[in-house]
Design a protein. Structure first.
Length: 497
């Protein structure tokens, strides 16, 4: 039988430099070689947390891979740690803690391998075999791709390293992929659909009864898919401003405004103060999924809705369980105390998304509280098992069921990025030469070799305090000039380093 390959080619793909990039052949660093290049945190009285931090990096460097000649991959990369494939959704989150280790290994280039396998119409498969570089799904399979979070990862890298050349290379790739999703994953009203596998939350009970949770779109508008496309559009517009390519994103600006109106008008329920999937007949789902909290990061929640919306995160009958934040609200009949994968499991990527969303709306106290709880539970399980896990049970300090061990993988996020950004409160903005230190801990803590930009290194120390209102006694040194803004419950202070 003859098989014809038909593509409506996207001219942006012709700008994709990764498709013709030579394969990297540099040797991989070992953890022993990397350790003295990595940030070194300390936290008085929390030795297990620091041990878990180093365990994460040990696993990360154990999972580094070189591209096979047959794969079409172009760069050394970190394995997803799930099977023999490189995953889009996992890789995007792995890199959000990997950026702290960039002096030892360029984790960011993991995404280059996905970009190198972009199709002529802009499609990128969500799961690609590492040996042969084969897409594991046909591009028109409902589970073929998604979720679209790579623009967020690339923007975070720009905010960390201010690398305009990198931004210029990835912009056409990401724009072509965004437009592919709009062409093939939308309904007539312009909203987006996904399925369990395409959303990354495989077995959540979101589609109507009798349909496959993992493989059916249910003829629904999916709230997380819509919000991720709003976030993608907004971030691509920011990239376009930096690159002076605003003419390329006129369609995205229109789409973003239209989707925001639809989400707030048609996918929000006033009675329960929550965003939901929308059925084809206009009815809203009743499933409260953690995926709705992409609304905070996407910046779509009107001010008057913020407090009631985030209140669900502080409600013990919903998302405030012993280990926060479960992926499915605890008042759902299919919620599982052992996690049941995405039937209540606590996952590092969605927790990190929630934390970043809370920061975006100024709910820093709640973010710190959730982060402390999350890291404490991850560390308790580490003390019991000696490793980190793919996901965690919401009702007790245990691995989820099912869950893979040694999952670095995105479970590297809590002991690294969450520790730095939400427990210690360090949030860099390299393009503006600024670092915020939101001090909430009373214990002595700090970081040696904290990276700032491509070359800057900081030594940061905060002495023990007796109360949140007490002004922190800070010691800070930097190899490069920057503005340090120290915040605490009793005030703030700006220091030039």
């Amino acid at each position: 039988m003859t098989y014809y390959r038909f593509y409506v080619e996207n001219p942006l793909v012709e700008e994709n430099v990764f498709r013709s990039m030579p394969r990297e052949e540099a040797p991989l660093p070992t953890f022993a070689e990397a350790r003295n290049l990595l940030p070194e945190p300390y936290w008085k009285g929390h030795e297990s947390t620091i041990a878990c931090y180093w365990k994460v990096w040990e696993l990360a460097f154990r999972n580094l891979r070189q591209p096979s000649p047959q794969s079409g991959f172009v760069a050394n990369y970190i394995d997803t740690a799930f099977n023999d494939c490189l995953f889009m959704w996992d890789s995007a989150f792995i890199l959000l803690f990997g950026r702290y280790g960039s002096r030892a290994f360029c984790f960011q280039r993991t995404l280059d391998n996905l970009y190198a396998r972009q199709h002529p119409d802009g499609f990128i498969c969500r799961e690609i075999g590492q040996g042969e570089g084969d897409d594991r799904f046909h591009r028109f399979d409902p589970a073929s791709t998604g979720p679209n979070v790579m623009p967020w990862t690339e923007w975070e890298y720009f905010c960390t390293f201010a690398d305009r050349a990198r931004l210029a290379n990835v912009f056409p790739v990401l724009l072509a992929y965004h437009r592919w999703l709009r062409e093939y994953h939308t309904w007539q009203d312009g909203t987006y659909w996904a399925c369990g596998l395409a959303s990354g939350m495989d077995n959540q009970p979101r589609v109507p009864p009798g349909r496959s949770a993992g493989l059916s779109h249910g003829h629904m508008s999916w709230i997380d898919a819509c919000l991720q496309q709003i976030l993608s559009a907004r971030l691509l517009a920011r990239m376009a401003r930096v690159l002076d390519r605003m003419a390329d994103v006129d369609d995205l600006l229109e789409e973003e405004a239209r989707l925001v109106r639809f989400v707030n008008g048609q996918m929000w329920d006033d009675r329960t103060a929550f965003y939901y999937d929308r059925h084809g007949d206009g009815r809203l789902s009743t499933v409260k999924t953690v995926g709705a909290y992409w609304a905070l990061l996407a910046g779509v929640v009107p001010q008057e809705r913020v407090a009631p919306f985030i209140a669900h995160l502080d409600n013990p009958t919903e998302f405030k369980r012993p280990h926060r934040v479960p992926s499915l609200s605890a008042d759902h009949p299919e919620y599982r105390a052992d996690g049941g994968y995405w039937l209540g499991g606590v996952w590092a990527p969605t927790n990190y998304m929630v934390l970043r969303g809370l920061t975006a709306v100024g709910a820093d106290a709640l973010a710190h509280e959730i982060a402390l709880n999350h890291v404490e539970d991850v560390v308790l399980v580490y003390e019991q098992t000696g490793t980190v896990w793919e996901n965690y049970a919401p009702e007790a300090p245990q691995p989820g069921r099912p869950a893979k061990p040694d999952f670095v993988g995105w479970s590297g996020l809590p002991p690294t990025a969450v520790l730095f950004e939400y427990i210690f409160g360090l949030r860099p903005d390299v393009p503006r030469g600024r670092l915020v230190w939101d001090v909430r801990l009373l214990d002595a803590h700090g970081v040696r070799r904290y990276p700032f930009g491509a070359e800057g290194l900081l030594e940061l120390r905060c002495a023990r305090r007796s109360s949140p209102e007490e002004k922190p006694a800070i010691e800070a040194r930097s190899t490069h000039p920057l503005t340090l803004e120290v915040r605490w419950a009793g005030g703030s202070e700006t220091v030039q380093l």
